[in-house]
Design a protein around this ligand. Structure first.
Ligand code: F3S
Length: 281
């Protein structure tokens, strides 16, 4: 049996960096450590960190109640107010915001100060968008659908600055910008979409097209893993969706020559390596 593992399988660069940051702090002996929100949507990782003494803060109220410690900001980033609150309370802040998200913060901060109306294309409920809004000096407008874009009315004659949530779909982003453009506002558009998700999908499609069987690893509720599974299944009928190495059915794979492996965005490297090792042994 031969195995081909997708390079883009699992965590993207920003999430890997954030998770590594927390483990580094643990290893340095820093205590107590808190993350503002779970560092990643993976129970195994969050539980492992909890066992090592890392607590998750679920609200600003919980942050406010702290007397001491280190607060780690996850890759999604947070608004300016959270940094100020951490500082005011005399807590130590370790910033693991993804640099691509940080760049959006800098852009909206600068452009809103320069008098532009910030338009964020993304999901208003998403923590990343919440954080971006928190860097605008005037209230931002968030748009997610064509319907919301059609309804956009900026009454003051000021230029617009359009940015996007990093994980927003590029085609949808373009469609929404087109709608805004028809309104003839003076505007700048900064495409802030990160292509980590797209790269993962493109590579999975390519590998699935070249192998005899494909394994997709990810959580049962992970929508990006589900999407990866569909993409691979379209290319390779022998595609299997597993959560951990324990779900692997080697009997089915035994007669297979070349196996491909990919994994959703919240799958730790360790799980991918375990699956790879099991296939090879
Ligand atoms: Fe990941 Fe950062 Fe992109 S968190 S999806 S690399 S914006």
């Amino acid at each position: 049996m031969q195995v081909r593992v997708a390079k883009s399988a699992g965590f993207c660069f920003g999430v890997q960096r954030a998770v590594d940051t927390v483990y580094e702090q643990v290893e340095k002996g820093v205590r107590p450590i808190y993350t503002f929100g779970p560092i990643i949507h993976n129970e195994v990782v969050v539980r492992d960190l909890e066992e090592k003494g890392v607590k998750v803060l679920n609200s600003q109220k919980e942050l406010e109640a702290l007397q001491e410690g280190t607060v780690i900001i996850r890759s999604h980033g947070v608004g300016k107010e959270i940094y100020e609150r951490i500082e005011r309370k005399g807590l130590h802040c370790v910033d693991a915001t993804c640099p691509f998200v940080k760049k959006i913060h800098r852009t909206v901060e600068k452009e809103s100060r320069a008098g532009k109306q910030i338009i964020i294309i993304g999901n208003d409920q998403h923590p990343e968008v919440e954080g971006i809004k928190g860097w605008c000096s005037t209230p931002a407008v968030v748009i997610e659908s064509a319907e919301q874009a059609e309804k956009l009315r900026i009454l003051e004659p000021i230029p617009l600055c359009v940015v996007s949530q990093t994980t927003f779909n590029y085609k949808k982003f373009k469609d929404l910008v087109e709608i805004i453009d028809k309104m003839k506002y003076d505007r700048v558009v900064v495409n802030t979409i990160c292509n980590a998700t797209e790269e993962r999908q493109t590579e999975a499609r390519r590998i699935a097209g070249e192998v005899d069987a494909m394994i997709v690893i990810g959580g049962s509720h992970s929508s990006n893993t589900q999407k990866l599974f569909e993409i691979c299944r379209n290319e390779c009928r022998n595609t299997y969706y597993i959560q951990t190495v324990h779900d692997l059915n080697l009997e089915v794979l035994r007669s297979t020559g070349l196996i491909g492996i990919t994994a959703g965005a919240s799958t730790p490297k360790k799980i991918i390596e375990e699956v790879q090792t099991r296939c090879l042994n």
